[in-house]
Every structure is written in structure tokens, then in C-alpha cells.
Design a protein around this ligand. Structure first.
Ligand code: EPU
Length: 311
């Protein structure tokens, strides 16, 4: 179906699709060209309708870990609001649990649980995205990973909604196995009442550490590379002399070398060039292959991803 026809069908169902919406307006990095069609959905039925159109669908959370192409994103970009932001706390068979929509922000979820004296999700403290985005990449910090707390996840696929237990998702460092094209819509997570006070103290210390060591006041997407086993990407990028190195409007932060900040007017291509350069230099000098932690989306030039081979 043509996108114009799809847009009319979505509008008939009460949605407000927008053509050519610049992704730069929505992501933390402030880069990325237009999405063909951006639509906010509030109910499972509306999401099912979007998925039934047959157009390629990209789900956008708060764009805190996405590198959107300068050429934009073809097809439909969907955002989850309304019912996808619900939070329900209950007593489960082994202790307190929360069932929450994928569109809820991590910060809101943590604040809401803290009001009820419930901990367990401390790994998400200071992580700026949505719950769905956090699960999609098994987000974490030195306080842990969200996957450690997931009991099950609800996924939407064309014509189908599926609940998948955590064991089948194989959570590992910044990675999880999801069926291709699946959108995370809800999740059930285990909480902790007894360890709440200790967790709050650890969170306070951790947030202070991050404020000291990370450029939180500039547009970035957090760590750009995963840490290689037994080492830290930031240390390696600094060791090859790239801390503070600039390309166009993008710069390896002088505060933390594994952050690329947009100093104004950066393009996705600038960021891609810095990623490629650091990967090559670190490989030449240390024989270590850095793997990106940020997720590329949209219409990239052929051969841009995976990052060019080091051979
Ligand atoms: N380091 C350098 N130079 C730098 C930056 C860091 O030598 O420019 C060294 C530090 O001195 C330290 C080590 O590298 O010895 C680790 O640095 P840091 O404590 O800042 O942690 P990280 O491994 O770089 C990880 C997560 C962050 C998370 C922090 C704190 C990854 C890829 N990153 O960073 O997560 O906030 O720990 O918990 O695992 C994110 O995923 O986007 C993110 C920001």
C-alpha cells in the first residue's frame, strides 16, 4: 500500500500521522533526516493497525541510543503513548512485581516505584530512555542490567501479540534476542522491597559519579561502544589520542572519550566517521575490535553498517 493511502487509513482510525518529520527533533543526539511517516499510538488496537499496513515499522522510544541516518527513515516510525505508559504494581508469587508499558520513561518508573518504597530497578537510575528501549538493549550501568529483573515481555508483531518469558530472550551485555520486526509493548519485572534503602544510597552515589565523569549537559547517546571484555572503550579511545577529537559538529567528549557529543550541527555521517576512526585506531594499536553500543536506524549508505571491516 502507498504511504499516502496508509496515512489516510490511519487518520480514519483517529490517528494523526505526520509526513517527513525530522528525527533530529526527537533523538538525544539531534541528528537524523525525516521519517516518511511518524505516528503516535495509544492503544494495542492502534499499534496492530499500524503493523497491519505492511509498511516497514521502526519503533522510537526517546531516541536516547539511536543513530538515525541523515537520509531519514523509510516507512512508518511509531511511538508508544497512552496505554503503553501504564504502571501496575502487584504482589507476585515470589514478591512485588511491576507490569509496565514499554513507552513509560525509566526515570518516571523509578520515581513512581520509589514513592512506594520499592527497589530492584536501580540499574536504570540515570538511564534516560523508555522501558521498552532499555529492554531492547538490556540497558545497564555498574549497578546491574535491566534484564536481570525481567520476568516476561509482551511483543507485538504483524497480526500477533506474544508474551515471552525472559529465559527465551537470552539477555546478555547490552544485547537480547528478539524476533525480527517485534516491538516490545509491555514487560513484567520483579522488584525488591527489603533492599530499597541500600539501593537508594547506591543510586545517589552512582548518579553523582556520572555527573562528574559524563558530559550529561550536551546532546549525546551515552556510550557509543560496548566495553570489550576486561577493558573500557573510553580508556582505549583516550589511549589512541582521540579524546576531544572532532569531525564536523561531532566530538569525542573531552570528559569521557566513549561519549560523542553534538557540539552543534553534527550530522549522522560525522558521528559515523568518528566511530569508524576510533575502531580502526584501537584495532591497529591494541588488536581490540570495538563493537558499537548505539543502534543505527534508517536509510544509511550501502556498506555503512556493520562498521567497515578492519581486515
Ligand atoms: N576512562 C578513561 N578515559 C575516558 C573515560 C573513561 O580512561 O575518557 C576509564 C575510567 O577512568 C575508568 C574506566 O575507563 O577507569 C571506566 O569508565 P566509567 O566508570 O566512566 O565507565 P564506562 O565503562 O565507560 C559504563 C557504561 C555506562 C555507565 C557507566 C557507569 C558501557 C558501555 N558503559 O561506562 O553506560 O553509565 O559504566 O555505570 O558499559 C551507556 O550505556 O550509554 C552508559 C553511559
Amino acid at each position: 500500500m502507498e504511504l499516502r493511502t496508509i496515512a489516510k487509513e490511519l487518520a480514519r482510525a483517529g490517528l494523526k500521522p505526520r509526513f517527513d518529520e525530522p528525527i533530529a527533533r526527537h533523538g538525544f543526539w539531534r541528528v537524523g533526516g525525516p521519517a516518511d511517516l511518524l505516528v503516535d499510538v495509544e492503544t494495542p488496537e492502534q499499534l496492530a493497525l499500524v503493523l497491519s499496513t505492511g509498511a516497514p515499522v521502526t519503533c522510537l522510544g526517546r531516541g536516547t541510543n539511536l543513530l538515525a541516518a541523515d537520509a531519514g527513515i523509510r516507512g512508518i516510525v511509531v511511538r508508544l503513548g497512552g496505554a503503553f505508559r501504564s504502571v501496575e504494581v502487584r504482589e507476585g508469587p515470589t514478591g512485588p512485581e511491576v507490569e509496565a508499558g514499554a513507552g513509560v520513561s525509566d526515570a518516571y518508573l523509578l520515581a513512581r516505584l520509589a514513592r512506594e518504597g520499592l527497589g530492584g530497578l536501580g540499574a536504570l537510575a540515570g538511564v534516560p530512555g523508555t522501558l521498552g528501549g532499555a529492554i531492547r538493549m538490556n540497558a545497564g550501568t555498574r549497578l546491574g542490567e535491566v534484564g536481570e529483573r525481567v520476568i516476561e515481555v509482551e511483543l507485538a508483531l504483524p497480526g500477533e501479540v506474544r508474551r515471552v518469558p525472559a529465559a527465551e530472550l537470552h539477555f546478555r551485555y547490552r544485547c537480547v534476542d528478539l524476533p525480527s520486526g517485534a516491538i516490545i509493548t509491555r514487560a513484567r519485572l520483579s522488584l525488591d522491597r527489603d533492599g530499597f534503602a541500600a539501593e537508594q544510597a547506591a543510586i545517589r552515589a552512582h548518579l553523582a559519579y556520572r555527573r562528574r565523569t559524563q558530559p550529561l549537559d550536551q546532546p549525546s547517546c551515552g556510550s557509543v561502544f560496548k566495553n570489550p571484555p576486561g577493558d573500557h572503550a573510553g580508556r582505549l579511545i583516550e589511549a589512541v589520542g582521540l579524546k576531544g577529537h572532532t569531525r564536523g559538529g561531532a566530538r569525542f567528549s573531552p570528559l569521557h572519550a566513549n561519549f560523542i557529543v553534538n557540539t552543534g550541527g553534527a550530522t549522522a555521517a560525522d558521528i559515523h566517521a568518528l566511530l569508524t576512526l576510533a575502531r580502526r585506531r584501537v584495532h591497529e594499536r591494541f588488536g581490540v575490535v570495538l563493537e558499537p553500543e548505539v543502534h543505527p536506524v534508517g536509510d544509511w549508505p550501502a556498506g555503512a553498517w556493520p562498521l567497515p571491516s578492519l581486515a
